[in-house]
Design a protein around this ligand. Structure first.
Ligand SMILES: C[S@@+](CC[C@H](N)C(=O)[O-])C[C@H]1O[C@@H](n2cnc3c(N)ncnc32)[C@H](O)[C@@H]1O
Ligand code: SF4
Length: 406
């Protein structure tokens, strides 16, 4: 990827969008992401841009965060100017958005509605940690216009949650899902992680059963990734915990897919299952389709018409910029045709619909034909001009993306 715009040696006062970047705004779905960079404690596996109260230091406060995010939303509306797109999805993620008062999240959403045209069927998601929501806070969020909630459950086994440094009991996530439904949320997701050191087949089966006993219409299941610099990575380096085993990860994935499928959930992206099309996360679909979105918050990434940019990472630096009326953008990057083609394959191949073979280079198309022979791509779809993963292909999706884009 090539960094093109030389504008950011000094912080820009405003972000400039070229005419070509603006071109597709009216006809491309547009999403807003709001990053909330706070957590009560840090889970040992997580390297997201999030801070505990101890880690945060001066210059950024949770209490003032909604106001800071609103300041960036106002800049966004000003930058987009007369080309203001209609917002089709809003996703508040983190970190732990529900560490903020429900009134603060409601205020951010109210400002989105004041500044932007919003689709009548807008999807509004918040992520949440199970221990940070109550029936009252969920009711407030629902009344404010949130339609979807994504709760981090990770596992139903107490000893697995302990290795992951999670603070909630196994039952709390399921209870929170019930509370969200009772509050009127249309869509409820639970996140699971598989392959944690010490997790057994029976633990994973119990986690899947627990999720299916909850009132959810969406499940995300991620293989545990050992991120450099995390407590988990240090424990593995010291030999206290084993590295997640690739064969075990593959078995767990197959077990998840079979169990979820039998319960009426279909995969629509390698790590995501939904009960029917209406239950898919439209915000994530917008990312995977490489549509347009504005990411608000420290470290948040944005994409409009081939221009990408990302904000300064630390909440104090971010708040400082906005306080001074400056743009929080750290840097920008203009995607060229090769970058965009690569992203289309990386994102599209992981989807159930796959991607047209015409999205591949000539060498990629030859390799796709080989992949059909190796049982990784569907032969019928291939004959009809598409690259669509088989069940076995899903287990090797990342390696296949590398192979097709080499
Ligand atoms: C921002 S968190 C979700 C909301 C909330 N902070 C929580 O943890 O409950 C997003 C999800 O990313 C996943 N995740 C984060 N780090 C991961 C890692 N190293 N390996 C696998 N999944 C990870 C977890 O499933 C987590 O629920
Ligand atoms: S997994 Fe969620 S709760 Fe845990 S540190 Fe990461 S963002 Fe925070």
């Amino acid at each position: 990827m090539n960094t093109v715009l030389p504008l950011l040696e000094a912080p820009p006062r405003t972000l400039q969008l070229s005419d070509s970047a603006r071109e597709g705004l009216a006809r491309t779905p547009f999403g807003l992401y709001v990053h909330v960079p706070f957590c009560a404690t840090r889970c040992g596996y997580c390297d997201f841009n999030t801070y505990t109260a101890d880690e945060l230091g001066p210059g950024a406060s949770r209490a003032e965060y909604a106001g800071t995010a609103i300041a960036e939303l106002r800049q966004a509306a000003q930058t987009l100017g007369s080309d203001l797109p209609t917002v089709s999805t809003v996703f508040v993620g983190g970190g732990t958005p529900t560490l903020l008062a429900a009134d603060d999240l409601a205020a951010v959403l109210a400002e989105v509605r004041r500044l932007f045209p919003v689709a009548s069927d807008v999807e509004v998601t918040t992520e949440a940690n199970p221990e940070t929501v109550t029936p009252e806070s969920l009711a407030r969020l629902r009344a404010a216009g949130f339609t979807r909630i994504s709760l981090g459950m990770q596992s139903a086994a107490e000893h697995v949650l302990a290795v992951l440094d999670r603070r909630h009991t196994p039952g709390r996530a399921v209870e929170a899902a019930h509370e969200a439904r009772a509050a009127g949320f249309e869509h409820v997701n639970l996140d699971l992680i598989y392959g944690t050191p010490g997790e057994t087949d029976a633990d994973w089966a119990a986690s899947l059963d627990a999720v299916l006993a909850a009132p959810v219409d969406h499940v995300s299941a991620y293989a545990l990734i050992v991120e450099e610099g995390t407590r988990l990575a240090r424990r593995i380096d010291r030999g206290e915990l084993p590295v997640p085993d690739d064969d075990v990860l593959a078995d767990r994935y197959e077990q998840a897919d079979a169990t979820l499928r039998a319960a009426g959930f279909d995969w629509y992206e390698v790590s995501n299952w939904a009960r029917g099309e209406a239950a898919r996360c439209r915000h994530n679909e917008l990312y995977w389709a490489n549509a347009n979105w504005w990411g608000v918050g420290p470290g948040a990434h944005s994409h409009v018409g081939g221009l990408r940019w990302w904000n300064v990472k630390h909440p104090a630096a971010y708040a400082g910029r906005l306080l001074r009326g400056e743009s929080p953008v750290q840097d920008t990057e203009l995607l060229d045709d090769d970058d965009r083609a690569l992203e289309t394959v990386m994102l599209g191949l992981r989807l159930r619909e796959g991607l047209p073979l015409t999205a591949l280079s000539e060498a990629g198309r030859t390799r796709a034909a080989d992949a059909v022979g190796r049982g990784l791509l569907e032969p019928g779809a291939h004959a009809a001009g598409r690259a669509v993963l088989t069940d076995r292909g899903r287990l090797l999706a990342d390696a296949l993306v590398r192979d097709l884009t080499d």
